[in-house]
Design a protein around this ligand. Structure first.
Ligand SMILES: O=C(O)COP(=O)(O)O
Ligand SMILES: [Mg+2]
Length: 219
């Protein structure tokens, strides 16, 4: 197992949903407002928790299938979802305990930080700003920033390149198998938080270099 002691790293890539911010409330409000607009039945938080993590397009397509709607509703659904998400972004979301302290400690130890999420960049930036976390990051990349999303390694490799640090010196911090698989394939050591959204599966079962209960446990 690769040690995740901080002296081994020059940079860290931090996931957003389920790692830094509990955004389930935002997803719940935006997704159900979208379903109301389309006169479709609502979804519950358990479904949303299992389905988030692979980006908005996947979330909307899975939701439409779950409520028995035609896939052809996607265009209208995506427009309504964007409208509602941008309207409420961050209002039903909370920064997890230990996140600010953890980011502060990583910066104090000289690591350069990037936020890499499967969330659209246009949702991610205002959310980080609203929660006062934007100042920690040299780079912020959403799921639409590159050709492919996590669990593909491409976004991690591109982020390492943007940070100017080789993957072996970059620690990935995430909450799901998406983050871990992408990190393994990119050659970045990876630590997962125990409290996020891992598609309804126990996070301890995921191949990673460690599991932490708070981000400030890294420092
Ligand atoms: O929008 C999502 O799918 C969540 O993305 P994240 O966990 O990569 O931040
Ligand atoms: Mg996540």
């Amino acid at each position: 197992m690769v040690s995740h002691a901080l002296e081994n790293f020059d940079a860290a890539i931090v996931d957003l949903d389920g790692t830094m911010i509990d955004t389930l409330g935002d997803f719940d409000v935006a997704l159900n407002a979208m379903l109301d607009d389309l006169s479709l039945s609502r979804v519950d938080r358990a479904f949303i928790e299992q389905t988030v993590g692979k980006g908005s397009e996947h979330l909307i397509r899975s939701t439409l299938a779950h409520v028995g709607s035609e896939a052809s509703a996607f265009g209208a659904a995506w427009a309504r979802y964007q409208h509602h998400y941008l309207r409420i972004n961050g209002e039903h979301a909370a920064v997890y305990p230990g996140v600010r302290e953890g980011l502060h400690a990583l910066r104090a130890r000289g690591l350069v930080l990037a936020c890499l999420t499967n969330k659209p960049t246009a949702f991610a930036r205002p959310l980080l700003e609203k929660k006062g976390l934007d100042g920690y990051f040299a780079q912020v990349f959403g799921g639409d920033a590159f050709e492919r999303k996590k669990p593909d390694p491409l976004p991690l490799l591109k982020t390492c390149e943007a940070l100017g640090v080789p993957p072996s010196r970059v620690l990935m911090v995430g909450d799901s198998s998406n983050d871990a698989r992408a990190a393994r394939a990119a050659g970045c050591p990876v630590v997962l938080v125990s409290y996020g959204y891992n598609h309804g599966e126990p996070v301890h079962a995921v191949d990673a270099d460690g599991v932490i209960d708070r981000l400030d446990a890294l420092a």
